[in-house]
Design a protein around this ligand. Sequence first.
Ligand SMILES: N[C@@H](CCC(=O)N[C@@H](CSC=O)C(=O)NCC(=O)O)C(=O)O
Length: 280
Amino acid sequence: MDLTINSQQRCFEGTQGFYSHDSAICGGAMNFAVYQPPQAKDGAKVPMVTFLSGLTCTEENFTAKAGAQRVAAELGLMLLMPDTSPRGCGYPGEDDDYDLGSGAGFYLDATQAPWSARYRMYSYITRELPALIAEHFPVDAGRQGIFGHSMGGHGALTIHLKNPGVYRSVSAFAPVCAPSQCPWGRKAFTAYLGEDETLWEDYDSCALIRRQPSDAKIFIDQGAEDPFLSEQLKPDLLVAACEDAGQHFEFRMQPDYDHSYYFIQTFVEDHLRHHAKTLT
Ligand SMILES: N[C@@H](CCC(=O)N[C@@H](CSC=O)C(=O)NCC(=O)O)C(=O)O
């Protein structure tokens, strides 16, 4: 699989790069960013943590705003930052709303036309992109973790819960915890998956935990002043699901923090150390 290097720059003795490729699964060009830590040299393979971003984001938001590279360099973690959806599909309404279409792929495989042809972010993130990364970067595919923010927190939790042996560590910042029960998720799931809500459970962390908890510890930070907390994120539902199902978790409510990347950059070191405990 071919890869285009759009830019590469030195960063904490490692390399921060932006790349694109032609995705068979998403039916067009996709962008992503990778941070290679200094330990990834002379043939040495390093563990990788994938960060899934939230609504309106591209591969650039976390890469430029989270300040994760310094600690990733210290811990020897490769970071993979995918885009949040296919782009330029030409579907009606694709660019009209911030919470549907471009920038809002919700990390699922759409089953409803027209989205089903290209909005296949679940398969892209779990199959095509890791294979491409393994071909072009010195990654140890047996040591992978996943984390994310908001819509990307939902993606990280669901992808871990559906693939606990591949994504061995998991964490999230302000995740959409129960997409079947909040306006962002219900709008996206109706459009992408259709009206049958029983089919939504496959992409709902609370339902997945109740069905089959994982052996990992789910680590979550949430800002207490997050404007999306009660209507969209609903961490109380995830905490209840974890408690009922016996899922190991740590949930931290952070006083005074909001939903922004200032919140993320404050706690990103804790998240990377959480992943390193399992992966290194
Ligand atoms: N209506 C807002 C919503 C956009 C927003 O807040 N996006 C968040 C993720 S929200 C959940 O997935 C984000 O990460 N934005 C990018 C950033 O760099 O802050 C709006 O359109 O502004």
